[in-house]
Design a protein. Structure first.
Length: 194
């Protein structure tokens, strides 16, 4: 039976329905990497959430979530940013956002570098500058701002204990795309965001 949530008035599937759907269809996700940029557009800080996993581990995560039926990608990004960072985050999401990468997660290991045993998922990943006050919401314990090098480095413990550049992260929220984006910008630029 489909349920309605009072918060969004959107249709959500009951858990057993959703598990059945996951076995038959790819699920679309958005990942947002909140960043602070200077006047030149250079990324100065990367915001990472601290969450508790279902197994009780404390790890870092991106802003992430599913795109709802009949929801534009931009609207999904704004909804998930507000859900995780609060209504005062003031994200700068362009009218027609373009992902910096698309990560495909398969339930079968080895199809791509990303593996999620629960489902076939497609995750559109975005770097989103935020200008306002970010306060963790919902299941996020805190938001910490790291330098781009720290965010892609070994010191950050990610969901399931993997770093962003490690192969085969187990799910869309495992941050498998962050390291490549931060490293691809080169050490002198530390990331550009327009």
């Amino acid at each position: 039976m489909t349920q309605m949530t009072s918060q969004s008035q959107s249709k959500w599937f009951a858990p057993e329905e959703f598990e059945s759907i996951r076995q038959r269809l790819p699920i679309l996700y958005v990942d947002a990497i909140p960043v602070r940029v200077d006047g030149q557009g250079t990324i100065t800080s990367v915001g990472l959430l601290l969450r508790v996993t279902g197994q009780g581990k404390i790890t870092r995560a991106l802003v992430s979530g599913r795109v709802l039926y009949h929801e534009r990608v931009r609207a999904a990004l704004l909804r998930h940013i507000e859900k995780d960072l609060g209504s005062l985050a003031l994200p700068r999401v362009p009218p027609s956002p373009a992902p910096f990468t698309i990560a495909e997660y398969f339930p079968t290991p080895g199809v791509t570098a990303f593996h999620d045993p629960r489902q076939h998922a497609v995750s559109l990943a975005y770097v989103i500058p935020v200008d306002g006050d970010c306060e963790p919401q919902q299941d996020a314990l805190e938001l910490t701002w790291f330098s781009p090098a720290e965010a892609a480095g070994d010191a950050v413990v990610w969901r399931h204990g993997r770093r962003p550049r490690d192969p085969a992260p187990p799910g869309p929220r495992a941050c498998g795309v962050l390291g490549s984006q931060l490293r691809s910008t080169g050490p002198s630029r530390q990331g550009r965001c327009g």
